[in-house]
Design a protein around this ligand. Sequence first.
Ligand code: HEM
Length: 407
Amino acid sequence: MTTTDLPDWNNDRSLVADPYPAYRRLFDEGRTLYWDAKTDAYTVLGYRDVAGMLKDGRFLTNRMKVFLPRIPEETRKRIQPLLDTLGHFMIYLDPPEHGRLRTPVVKAFDTRVVKNWRARIEAVTTKLLDAVAGQEVVDVVPALSYPLPITMISEMLGLPLADASQLKAWTNDVASFIDRTTDPEVAKNALHAVAGFRAYFTKAIEERRSSPREDLLSYLLQLREEHPDISDDDIIGNAVLILAAGHETTTALTGNALLALARNPGELAKLRERPELIEGCIDEALRFDPPIHRTGRLVSEAMEWNGTALEKDKRVSVFLAAANRDPSIFPDPDRFDIERKPAAKHLSFSFGPHYCAGAGLGRTEAIVAVSEFVKRFPHFELAGDPVYVNNLTLRCPGSIKLRVTKA
Ligand code: HEM
């Protein structure tokens, strides 16, 4: 087996526009778990391996100790505040710190809460769609898939919508760093973004400390009284995480679902005729084209994993998006089929202890947005190629132009 023809996940940016042929080729060649010198990590694509590693406690999520030596000493010192903030994200915490933060935070997004917000999600969607009525070509990202989730998560956290574009810009810079940690320019922007986020949330928290409100930030603050081991830095870090995870992913899901329908007019016709298929449609969009393509873990002890020797203290890069196209689990995996009855669940919300805390919210927003869009514009087709934000980890379209007609 040669390594020269392996995909260059971090540098070949054509993979952002379409990574699926690369996944398919690796499955065809049987290369679904290999050591990748370019990323200094095991690359894992097969469904059973990805799901198995995500739920196995020997694979840790805090991979700082192998990540730090990859960054030059001087840069490391400079970006320390950025690393400190990321270090509080629950997504990078292992037991026991992880449960301490996750358990109360998950409650803020449980089924009852999401149900209470549904009417508001519908009202915001209606207003956004009213604003594009009469247009022949609608760019669904600025029109719907971006403003809906940022409005919802801002309202939940209790932040003014006027701040949304600043918060989005900072989110993009932090997300770029998570995608390409060793790029100095990306690190510089992310450092600046984290400083902005910290100042912003410190002020918002101070305001709530003196006069609590009915919002998620006040709830996080109140947790400190019940759980004295939760610090201000925990609250700030996880407010940033919730804000970022709470909008960019759902922007991608809604956009990807509409894109898949535009490219598959037969599936769009089915949804038009049977609107009750919407839940299956969103689940299939999650499988077919997920917002988060890859995540990472750390091998905490040397082991034999399904015939491959894994070395201690190496990273694994698990490709959720590739696992969703594993032909041994999902027959004809490259087909978008809204009536698919999969034998296994897609891994787009991850699996195991870090399963997405906002899955219900993200799914509900996409269900409302896509079903309302199809009601308003029963027929649509692509009016040009989609344009992607430069990020393979959180792969999000920045523009999807659709030519829409009512009849
Ligand atoms: C369609 C939308 C979404 C997708 C595809 C998605 C995907 C994911 C994935 C893959 C992870 C785990 C990554 C890992 O295992 O390393 C995750 C974790 C998380 N997500 Fe989401 N997410 C979405 C929406 C949301 C929303 C709306 C929120 C909050 C409002 C949210 C909050 C979180 C949080 C707090 C975690 C960390 C959980 C933990 O570490 O225990 N997500 N998400």
